[in-house]
Design a protein around this ligand. Structure first.
Ligand code: KG4
Ligand code: ZN
Length: 333
């Protein structure tokens, strides 16, 4: 079954062709230039840019897969969670194609796409603890199999990627901030400034990053130009975010006695997170799987993979399926 997959949940316009042969083509058109000067994604601009980019991106994916629209057996698209205006562009395009061609249509949960993204590249044994860590999401799941997800924790305020982006904005580094902070941090001392690490009194696996944002703002106000170097500040901010992600993930894997961890989503491209999580996991006898960086950030290949196995087991959605900005995944623990 050859599936066309569409992903437009935030600010990347993406299409992919996925089949028995694997990922035949995956195209992502970034909107970084549109949102860069605002220091974050502007929802209205994102939807408008998706409208401009969606058809050329689909055409490019088909061309790279050497496929015509007539060769496509089904179409899937992300229907949540995400920015509703952005979601609607991809979803309506997918429905239009399905209706025009008379082929099956299925909506895919963006978080399921991220969680299963590692499976596109290798076999991953179940159960695993999945850390989804991106600009819009920071959640932990226990994954028992395809379609079997239990949410263990989530952020109570900002997502980790958002924390990177907001810190970068305060430091004048531009958007998206994660990669730029990582770059600056390479020359810095991660112990230069002891930014706070939030841990939940309830003992659960929730995250909180807003205290870090406030602490950085306060630090910059108090020290002015006389504070630590930009590299030291970036290394210290990165270390605080990484510490919170690693601690909670290891705590979850350890208490559930799960020996495999999957770390996915845009922030999983971060080298320091990869290094620290791998080290800590080995100390509890666990292995960490990271998708390659291109599969960590938003893409349609992961949506095609998640959608295709559901189609193969007979699932479809009616064309009345609506976008859902807050679509959940799995029951809470
Ligand atoms: O998964 P993604 O492409 O989109 C969302 O679903 O949000 O993730 C984007 C987020 C941004 O916040 C970006 O700053 C962050 O991932 N990011 C990184 C790195 N690369 C991207 N954060 C830290 N280090 C990186 N190398
Ligand atoms: Zn995402």
């Amino acid at each position: 079954m050859r599936v066309l997959a569409i992903e437009t949940s935030c600010d990347d316009t993406a299409a992919a062709v996925v089949s028995d042969a694997g990922v035949e083509a995956s195209v992502v058109a970034s909107q970084d230039l549109v949102h860069g000067r605002f220091g974050g994604v502007v929802p209205e601009l994102a939807s408008r840019q998706h409208v401009v980019q969606i058809l050329p991106v689909i055409a490019e994916a088909l061309e790279r897969a050497e496929a015509r629209m007539e060769d496509i057996d089904a179409v899937v698209a992300t229907y949540g969670p995400g920015l509703v205006g952005s979601l609607l562009v991809g979803l309506m395009t997918a429905k239009g194609i399905a209706m025009g061609r008379g082929i099956p249509f299925l909506g895919v949960n963006h978080l399921e796409g991220h969680l299963l993204s590692a499976l596109l590249e290798r076999d991953v044994p179940f159960p695993f603890v999945g850390l989804v860590v991106s600009g819009g999401h920071t959640s932990l799941y226990e994954v028992h199999g395809l379609g079997q997800y239990r949410q263990l924790g989530r952020t109570r305020d900002d997502a980790a990627g958002e924390a990177f982006d907001k810190a970068a904005k305060m430091l004048g580094l531009g958007y998206p901030g994660g990669r730029r902070i990582e770059q600056q941090a390479k020359e810095g001392d991660p112990r230069a400034i002891g930014f706070p690490r939030a841990s939940m009194k309830s003992g659960g696996f929730d995250f909180s990053f807003s205290g870090l944002k406030t602490a950085l703002r306060q630090y910059l106000l108090e020290t002015g130009a006389g504070g630590a170097s930009l590299s030291d500040i970036c290394a210290s901010v990165q270390e605080a975010i990484v510490d919170m992600l690693v601690d909670n993930t290891i705590k979850a894997a350890s208490s559930l006695k799960v020996r495999t961890i999957v770390s996915c989503g845009g922030v999983s491209a971060n080298g320091r997170l990869r290094q620290r999580l791998t080290q800590q996991a080995s100390s509890i006898g666990a292995e960490v799987v990271f998708p390659s960086p291109g599969l960590c950030t938003d893409n349609a290949a992961m949506i095609g993979f998640a959608g295709r196995w559901r189609l193969l087991r007979g699932e479809t959605h009616p064309l009345s399926l609506n976008a859902c900005a807050t679509l959940p995944l799995g029951g809470a623990a």
